[in-house]
Each structure stands twice: as structure tokens, then as C-alpha cells.
Write a protein that binds this ligand. Structure first.
Ligand code: ATP
Length: 584
């Protein structure tokens, strides 16, 4: 991207950010963003003074003026035609006004929408970057659904409102100018217009709070609904085997679906009431001009027909502005949720005392220093948050270069938790963690975490071997062959289609990836559990010893009793505490 493109993008982003702040500044409540009317006006005034918003406003005003000019010309010409005269100049002027109207309206909507989309794109890029820096504990606390909403779904709903809102703002300006025109024709009609607009605004203000509460309820129902529908694909096997389970899920989905539909219907009902009331009052306004003005007096026949045309022209913008209110409420809700998500992510990052050090390491340590001699834990503990809180406590453990250590223990004894603290994924609560005799911060930095490669029990295979250089790619290919899985993958190892592989086969790919990285410590969580007896034997009797001979340290959780003797040291866990096991 050239410097000019960069400048343009930055400029557009700033403009978009200001427009987004404008939408939020109007908000009455929700997500802690209340502002008084006068502050909103002051804010609007400050923003309007800025060059970019000023230019947009200028184009919007130009469009609105042209729209009003069209009405003025039509009315004036209708009167002339009624008097039997015709003006070619007026016809040309009419066409010219239409062209300017179309061009300026188009430019305003396009530029404002593009600025907002650019700002949203930057916002999303930043939050994705921030989320990727969060710790495992934070990601677990936020949860998958909220992550998807905060990074994707809310942005989608916000985007859909952008063009209607900008068009609505343009209609609002058109309304102001047309109102001026109607007022110039008749004070009575002007006052009637003011009443309609005033009633619509009061209606919107009254209903928007209720609408927001219903939107929040509908959004919660939507999240529940998406969770349940995810279970259709995730639990398809279990569902196929039990009709009762299927019926149970179906009932839960139906119940949530009703709640979702009710929430959306209530919101739609508020909007419908608003639209139909505004439309009816608007027509009443036209009727009042026709039926009441002759009684009030002061206007001739031709004046009345011009006023009626003016008033009828007002109906379009009034309807458009009222309909925009729904889009506006949706945009405020989505933007509020996006900002709340961003604030949550930022607060979690700020909680990590060594964030800045961590970031600089991320940039500077490429490749990170991977010198490893020993890792020691002394009196270390970690506590899981949540209702059934579980802790690992008083962990004293030293891992040295070139040894195989097995970790055994019953289900739920804390083995995986210990593995995650060891690899720096969870910050310890107490105790000391040291690398080569030097203390490691509570939130272990990136270059500490880069000492490990791992295949976790809940490992994830990306569809590309992200982050492997050429040398690592050829090691990856070699290990795939050694683990007997190369022929199951396509010719191009840059694309890993692994969804169709069996669990044991996918674990082999994961191990090949871990070994390709050639990190000093290999961490495995029941890797052999899904392997056939032959592979399991080769794993314990050939692969692990060969890796150790190359200087690798292996820390493996295992339940394979017949191979316990294959380690240098076995440690056992009971209820979150280490119990020294049998030595080899
Ligand atoms: N993210 C979490 N939040 C709250 N509690 C958790 C979390 N992860 C694990 N636990 C709890 O911590 C305890 C230990 O879990 P852990 O996975 O460490 O055990 P494990 O020894 O690896 O078990 P298994 O052999 O079954 O894999 C369990 O009671 C579990 O419910």
C-alpha cells in the first residue's frame, strides 16, 4: 500500500470513528454510555467543526437543498402551467437540480458508509490482535459464543444499519429544508408539521428504551438459540442413537425459538406502532391543511394546493426518518456490545502486569531464545475460577534437559491443569517458577512459552501449518512419513485437510507438527491413548527414547501402565497435589 493510500485510509478511519462516536453519543443508556442531551449537542457541534464531518454535512445539505429546490420548482411551475405559461429554463433547472441531488446524495451516502466500514474494519483488526494476545484463562472466561459475537456477529448487524442510517440523516436534513419551505407558504401548515415531527420524536424517545430492553432479551435468546443449534451438528451421533434425546433437544430449541421470535416481534411491534402513528398523523396533517385551512382562512385555492403538495412531499422523509429509528437502535445496541467487548478485552490485557514486556518480546524475539537447562516449580499453585473451583497446590517439580518424565493420576486429579501452568498458559496463583535458575513472571512471557511444543488432549489442527519455515516444513514431512500418516494428506502440505482423518491419525499429524518445531520440551497429554498397539509400542520404545537422545525433554501425561518403565521419572498426582511415583 502506498503512503497516499495509507493517508486516505487513515483519514477515512478517523471520519468513520467520529461518525460511530456520534451514533453512540446519542445513546440513552446501556453498556454504561449515558449522555445528556446538551452534551450530545455540544459533542455534535465539536465534531461538525472538524473538516471531514463538515464536508460531509455540506454535501448532505447540498442534496437536501436540491431536493427542496425540486419541490419548489415543481410547485412554482405547476402554478405557471395553471396560468397557461411554460418555462423551458425551469425544465432545464429542474433536470440540473435532479442531477446535483442524485450526485450529492450518492456521494454523501457512499463516502460516509465507506468511512464507517473502514473504521469498523480497523476496530475489528485491533480487537482480533488484542484477543490473540489474551491468556488461555481469559479466552475460557469470555467463552466461544461471546468471542464470535464480539469479533464478528455484532459487526455484521452494525454494517447492515450503516446505509439506512446515513440515508435517514439525509432525509432528516431534507425534512428541515422542506419544513422551511412549507413554513414560508403557511405558518399554519408549518405548525402542523412541527406537531407531527414532535409527536414522532416523543414516540421514539418513549419507545426506544423499551425497544433496547427487548433487543437485549432477543439477543440473549439468539445466543441461546445458536448454542442449541450448534449441538445439532456437534451431537449428531448421540442424537441419531436416541429419539428421546432428539426430542429433548428439539423441545429446547423450540422453546428458545419462541422466546427469540417473541423478542423480535415485540421490537417490531414498537416500530410498527411508531411507523403507523407517524404515517397516520402525517396524512391527518395533509387532511388538516385541506379541510381546516379554508376555515382558518388566509390562503387561496392555489396556495392550498401548493401547501398540500409541499406537505405530501414531507411524508416521504418523515417515514424514512421514523424507520431509521429502528436501524439506529440496532446500531447503538451492536456498537455498545462491540465497545463493551473491546473494554472487557482491554481490561483483561491490562490485568497482566507484564503485557508491555510480553509484546516487545513478541516482536523482538524472532526466533526467541530457546536455551533450556532446567525448569523448576516450588510451592506452586493455581486455582480454577468457577463454582466448582479446583486447585493444584504445593507443586515442587524440576524438569531437566534430556529426560522423559511421565505424569500419572486419576481423572480430574489436575494433570492437564499442571501442564497448562507449566507451559505458561495459566498464570500461577502462588509459588515460584524458574527457568535455568531465573524466576519467570506470573504471566510467563512469550519466549518462555516458545520453549514448548505440545499435543494437548483437546488439540486443534489448523488447516494450514501456520508459522513453519522451510526447514520446519521438511521436518514436518519427515515426521509424517515416520508416523505413517503422510499418504493420508495431499501432495501440498500447505493445505491440511484433516477433518476426515480418524482421531488417532489426526493426533499423528499434530505430533508431526509439534516435532517439526524442534522446541526443547515436548509436552503430551495422553497422546498414545488413541493409537493402535503397534504404534503405541513404537512411540514408547523407539520414538520417545530417540527424541531424548537428541536432547529433548519429554513431559507426558499417560495412563499406559505397561510402558511406565520407559520413563526416567514418573510423578503421580492425587487431588491437585504431586506424589512422587516410582523411579525407573
Ligand atoms: N477451565 C476450567 N475451569 C474450571 N475448572 C476446571 C477447568 N479445567 C479443569 N477444571 C477442573 O479442574 C479439575 C482438574 O481437571 P484436569 O483437566 O486438570 O484433570 P486431569 O487430571 O487432566 O483429568 P483427566 O485425566 O480426566 O484428563 C477438574 O475437576 C476440572 O473440572
Amino acid at each position: 500500500m502506498s503512503a497516499m493510500d495509507d493517508d486516505a485510509s487513515l483519514h477515512s478511519t478517523r471520519l468513520g470513528e467520529r461518525l460511530l462516536r456520534l451514533i453512540m453519543s446519542h445513546s440513552r443508556e446501556g453498556h454504561g454510555r449515558e449522555k445528556s442531551g446538551s452534551r450530545v449537542l455540544a459533542y455534535l457541534w465539536r465534531l461538525s467543526g472538524r473538516e471531514t464531518i463538515g464536508r460531509l454535512l455540506f454535501v448532505a445539505i447540498l442534496a437536501a437543498l436540491c431536493g427542496t429546490g425540486v419541490l419548489f420548482l415543481l410547485n412554482a411551475e405547476a402554478k405557471e402551467t395553471g396560468n397557461g405559461s411554460y418555462s423551458t429554463l425551469s425544465a432545464i433547472l429542474f433536470l440540473a437540480l435532479l442531477v446535483v441531488y442524485r450526485t450529492s446524495q450518492n456521494s454523501m451516502i457512499r463516502n460516509a458508509a465507506s468511512a464507517i466500514e473502514t473504521a469498523l474494519e480497523r476496530k475489528r483488526k485491533k480487537v482480533v490482535g488484542d484477543v490473540l494476545q489474551l491468556s488461555l484463562r481469559d479466552i475460557e472466561a469470555i467463552g466461544g459464543l461471546s468471542l464470535r459475537d464480539g469479533i464478528s456477529a455484532h459487526y455484521g448487524s452494525l454494517s447492515q444499519t450503516v446505509v439506512p442510517i446515513i440515508a435517514g440523516v439525509e432525509s432528516l436534513l431534507l425534512l428541515v429544508f422542506m419544513f422551511g419551505y412549507v413554513l414560508s407558504l403557511s405558518v399554519f401548515a408549518g405548525v402542523l408539521t412541527l406537531i407531527v415531527v414532535g409527536l414522532s420524536v416523543v414516540g421514539y424517545v418513549n419507545r426506544s428504551k423499551l425497544m433496547e430492553a427487548e433487543m437485549i432479551a432477543a439477543s440473549a435468546a439468539d445466543a441461546r438459540f445458536r448454542g442449541l443449534t450448534d449441538a445439532i451438528a456437534g451431537g449428531v451421533k448421540e442424537l441419531q442413537l436416541s429419539v428421546r434425546r432428539r426430542l429433548g433437544l428439539e423441545a429446547a430449541i423450540r422453546e428458545t425459538s419462541v422466546a427469540l421470535a417473541n423478542g423480535r416481534t415485540s421490537t417490531a411491534a414498537h416500530i410498527a406502532a411508531l411507523i403507523s402513528t407517524a404515517t397516520t398523523i402525517s396524512y391527518m396533517m395533509a387532511g388538516a391543511v385541506v379541510f381546516l385551512m379554508p376555515l382558518v382562512g388566509g390562503a387561496g385555492d392555489s396556495d392550498i394546493s401548493r401547501i398540500v403538495i409541499g406537505v405530501i412531499f414531507l411524508l416521504g422523509p418523515i417515514g424514512s426518518v421514523v424507520q431509521t429509528s429502528q436501524q439506529f437502535a440496532t446500531a447503538q445496541y451492536a456498537l455498545g456490545a462491540i465497545n463493551a467487548f473491546e473494554a472487557d478485552v482491554a481490561a483483561r490485557r491490562a490485568e497482566r502486569t507484564n503485557v508491555s514486556a510480553d509484546q516487545s518480546e513478541l516482536q523482538a524475539a524472532d526466533p526467541p531464545s530457546r536455551a533450556f537447562d532446567t525448569i523448576s516449580m516450588t510451592g506452586l499453585s493455581y486455582v480454577h475460577a468457577g463454582t466448582q473451583s479446583f486447585a493444584i497446590e504445593d507443586i515442587d517439580l524440576t524438569l531437566s534437559k534430556g529426560e522423559i518424565v511421565f505424569l500419572t493420576g486419576g481423572n480430574g486429579s489436575g494433570k492437564t491443569t499442571l501442564l497448562r501452568v507449566l507451559t505458561g498458559l495459566y498464570p500461577r496463583a502462588n509459588g515460584v517458577l524458574s527457568l535455568n535458575g531465573e524466576a519467570v513472571p506470573t504471566f510467563p512471557p512469550q519466549d518462555y512459552r516458545e520453549l514448548f511444543s505440545a499435543v494437548f488432549a483437546d488439540f486443534y489442527l489448523f488447516d494450514r501449518p501456520f508459522g513453519l519455515d522451510d526447514e520446519e516444513m521438511s521436518r514436518f514431512a519427515e515426521w509424517l512419513v515416520k508416523l505413517g500418516i503422510r499418504d493420508k494428506l495431499g501432495d501440498d502440505l500447505e493445505q491440511l485437510a484433516t477433518e476426515q482423518l480418524s482421531t488417532g491419525q489426526r493426533k499423528r499429524v499434530a505430533l508431526a507438527l509439534a516435532l517439526a518445531e524442534a522446541r526443547p520440551i515436548l509436552v503430551l497429554d495422553e497422546w498414545a491413548a488413541d493409537q493402535d498397539p503397534e504404534t503405541r509400542q513404537r512411540f514408547y520404545e523407539e520414538i520417545l527414547p530417540a527424541l531424548r537422545d537428541e536432547g529433548l525433554t519429554i513431559f507426558a501425561i499417560t495412563h499406559d501402565e505397561q510402558y511406565f518403565h520407559r520413563c526416567d521419572r514418573r510423578i503421580h498426582m492425587v487431588e491437585g497435589r504431586l506424589v512422587q511415583g516410582d523411579r525407573k
